[in-house]
Design a protein. Structure first.
Length: 195
């Protein structure tokens, strides 16, 4: 934990595995995915400690995480084509809507009550968070590799970063899961609007 006023480390908290995207509720609570354990941890920023560790049901390798502070919901995107909707008060998994393959980022649009998953397989999944069963509204085709995302809350526009990719190198002992090289000059930002 870093104090942003003086830019000094004020605490270091040990975790049970590899963390991914954290989100804050604006009232001193921070949540983070533990990707290697399929868990969510809840931190108390003032006390500088973990206050809960929750297993995430039907969710493998949670990466992206978004928060609906008013509705007390977390949206974790997971391998295996699932999103986990989690109650921020109890840690209970409430739903597992289907999403695209290779997710990385999640965002929540509070004005329109939509949750998003950007998927490296080339889709953007849109989930209706205003309904108790969290139905998928759309799986919009984007571009392979478009898994890094941000949301402009004022306009509802989604921005996705990607590029064209070359062939994947052969695996080696040192790098068993190599990434394909990016084609020079192919970086692009995709803009997705909402009605």
């Amino acid at each position: 934990m870093i104090d942003t006023a003086d830019r000094k480390v004020v605490a270091t908290i040990a975790l049970s595995g590899k963390p991914e995207f954290p989100v804050a509720d604006g009232s001193g609570t921070v949540f983070a995915n533990i990707e290697t354990k399929n868990e969510i941890v809840r931190f108390d920023a003032a006390a500088k400690k973990i206050t809960a560790t929750w297993p995430v049901d039907n969710c493998d390798s949670p990466s992206g995480l978004a928060i609906d502070t008013a509705g007390h919901r977390l949206f974790a995107v997971c391998d295996g084509g699932k999103m986990a909707v989690i109650d921020t008060r109890t840690g209970k998994t409430l739903a597992n809507p289907a999403i695209g393959e290779g997710p990385d980022a999640a965002r929540y649009d509070a004005k329109r009550k939509l949750a998003f998953s950007s998927n490296g397989g080339g889709t953007l999944t849109v989930v209706d968070a205003s309904k108790a069963n969290y139905p998928v509204v759309q799986n919009l085709e984007t571009q392979r590799g478009a898994r890094t995302m941000t949301l402009d809350q004022s306009t509802g526009r989604i921005y996705l970063a990607t590029a064209a990719f070359g062939d994947r190198p052969a695996p080696t002992a040192a790098n068993p899961h190599p990434r394909p090289a990016i084609v020079p000059g192919s970086f692009t930002i995709l803009v997705v609007g909402q009605p």
